[in-house]
Design a protein around this ligand. Structure first.
Ligand code: ASP
Length: 345
């Protein structure tokens, strides 16, 4: 069994590291050294911790692919030196970052755990202390052979460890803010950590590699009854557009009207990749269940199965960043590449 190495905490920002500014009454970031001083239990866990911080820390609404690259590069640079990584991140876009990192990092064999909190760590009822402490302890878990128990990008929230690319922020209020609607939890934290071994992801034996290019010329378009198709068409006609996520009804249905069909076909013929994700919070797209989804298949729209919106968007951005080749994008988008998609529902 190899010797224990420290866990690296990467503080990016978000509520977990915020305090109330008495002057303005709004939340402002604190220096990271103050976070560890708020969680003295970390020093008693027996786990050695190092920390790095974004300077300045950012609200996660401001996160973009350059920040995903920064986090992934930190992980690659320090990969050999640490047993695992805990990323403190705002909850608002945590599921996007977790999904993006899962697709960016190939051959990951160590834990990368994102966590944050609904209440700042300095507040009496904060959820940040437990989230941080449990994330660090789960990151340090090893099996009987000495290998890390968690070997994937994940999110710890509400006493559960979730697969990162299955996570979704469902509540702006509850301590169980982040959920995994279509996949079981990886670890349930009660009195002990109960690991759901059957649910864990294992990468094939490949060297660690980063895919760092993301295409940002993509749009996310929800359908709603009474929408104006001209506006929709204006967007589809945009010359820079390379990809679209259609946010459809139920099991992947859209109005089956000729005008819409023509717009979608024209865009696809121009080389725009269009994928279908349900706007329901649970379940997935089943193309061809109804005439209203069959028409999308006929146009060449790619079904996204039970992927979350966060996983579908970041996966499409990553695939479009890699290639222009339509068939390759379709093949990879409909394949389960990091445990984000149920291929035999
Ligand atoms: N606005 C904050 C953020 O996402 C909210 C949070 O951390 O929960 O950065």
């Amino acid at each position: 069994m190899s010797a224990r190495k420290p866990i690296l905490i990467i503080y990016t920002g978000g509520t977990i590291g915020s305090v109330h500014d008495p002057r303005t009454g709004s939340l402002v970031p604190i220096d990271f050294s103050q976070i560890t001083s708020h969680v003295p239990e970390l020093n008693r866990s027996g786990i050695t911790i190092d920390a790095v911080s974004f300077n300045p820390p950012i609200d996660s609404s401001n996160i973009n692919p350059s920040h995903w690259r920064k986090i992934a590069t930190l992980i690659r640079t320090h990969h050999k030196k640490y047993d695992g990584f805990v990323i403190l991140h705002g909850t608002d876009t945590m599921a996007f970052t977790a999904s993006a990192l899962s697709f960016m990092i190939e051959g990951l064999k160590k834990p990368v755990i994102l966590t944050g909190s609904q209440l700042p760590i300095g507040m009496p009822r904060t959820d940040g202390r437990e989230n941080l402490l449990s994330s660090v302890m789960i990151a340090a878990l090893r099996d009987k052979t000495g290998s890390p128990v968690i070997q994937e990008v994940s999110v710890y929230f509400g006493s559960k460890l979730l697969r990162g690319n299955r996570a979704h922020k469902q509540s702006a209020h509850s301590f169980d803010a982040i959920v995994s609607p279509n996949y079981p939890s990886l670890v349930d934290a009660g009195v002990d950590f109960k690991v759901n071994h059957h649910a864990l992801y294992r990468a094939s034996e490949k060297p660690l590699k980063l895919n760092t290019r993301f295409e940002s010329q993509v749009a996310w378009l929800p359908f709603f009854p009474g929408m104006t198709y001209e506006i929709f068409d204006n967007l589809l006609e945009n010359d820079n557009l390379r990809g679209v996520i259609l946010s459809t009804f139920g099991s992947g249905n859209a109005p089956n009207i000729e005008a819409l069909k023509d717009m979608l076909k024209r865009a696809i013929d121009r080389g725009v990749t269009i994928v279908n994700i349900t706007q329901c919070g649970h379940g997935g797209v089943k193309h061809e269940m109804y005439a209203t989804s069959l028409m999308l298949t006929e146009c060449g729209v790619i079904p996204g199965g039970d992927m979350t919106n966060e996983a579908a968007i970041t996966k499409l951005m990553m695939l479009l960043g890699k290639t222009d080749y339509q068939e390759e994008i379709r093949r990879d988008f409909t394949s389960d590449i990091r445990g984000e998609l149920t291929t035999n529902p």
